[in-house]
Design a protein around this ligand. Structure first.
Ligand code: ADP
Length: 159
């Protein structure tokens, strides 16, 4: 089995995340675990349980995926799940430095696990959770960028 973990904060899950998971799960991997980080460096708007629930609701039609929360070292969690690949998205040049650093460190921590990067589909190249939150907070329409459930949840937060 060719298993990948796709880690992130997912605060909240966007159509950009979904596009990446969908392509990875249908074309490349037998199974993709969406791993929602509990101990994110970022201050999150949504709790871990909310972020998990919103990811699940945004991914209902894809079979070979599973959403799970995790804390601690990603490489250890990946090993537990029998995953040999860490999947990440690379949008713009500014993503590169951080991703390069993380993948090098993860490689040092566990040499058996490879990081693989997918670039976004064109329409999602500039989409990020933080931008979506900003637009929602300012009362803009976020329906092209997130699932219905995420839209409702964000509107509730910023009401
Ligand atoms: P993190 O805090 O770990 O960066 P995010 O939830 O912001 O978590 O992102 C998780 C992963 O999804 C990252 O690899 C990020 O580059 C990728 N990603 C985020 N938005 C998009 C998008 N629009 N298209 C492709 N990949 C994306």
């Amino acid at each position: 089995m060719n298993i990948a973990v796709y880690p992130g904060t997912f605060d909240p899950f966007t159509n950009g995340h979904r596009d990446l998971v969908q392509r990875a799960a249908s074309n490349i991997f037998d199974k993709v675990y969406i791993c929602v980080a509990e101990n994110s460096k970022k201050d999150t708007v949504f709790s871990l349980d909310e972020r998990i629930e919103l990811a699940e609701k945004s991914l209902v039609n894809i079979d070979n995926i599973e959403v799970i929360g995790f804390s601690g070292l990603l490489v250890d969690f990946a090993k537990k799940l029998d995953a040999k690949v860490i999947l990440r998205g690379l949008r713009v040049v500014s993503d590169f430095e951080y991703e390069f650093q993380m993948s090098s460190m993860n490689k040092k921590l566990n040499q058996d696990i490879e990081s693989i990067f997918l670039t976004p589909s064109e329409s999602y190249a500039f989409l990020s959770s933080s931008l979506v939150k900003e637009i929602a907070q300012l009362g803009g329409d976020i329906s092209p960028f997130v699932s219905k459930e995420v839209k409702v949840a964000l509107e509730k937060k910023y009401k």
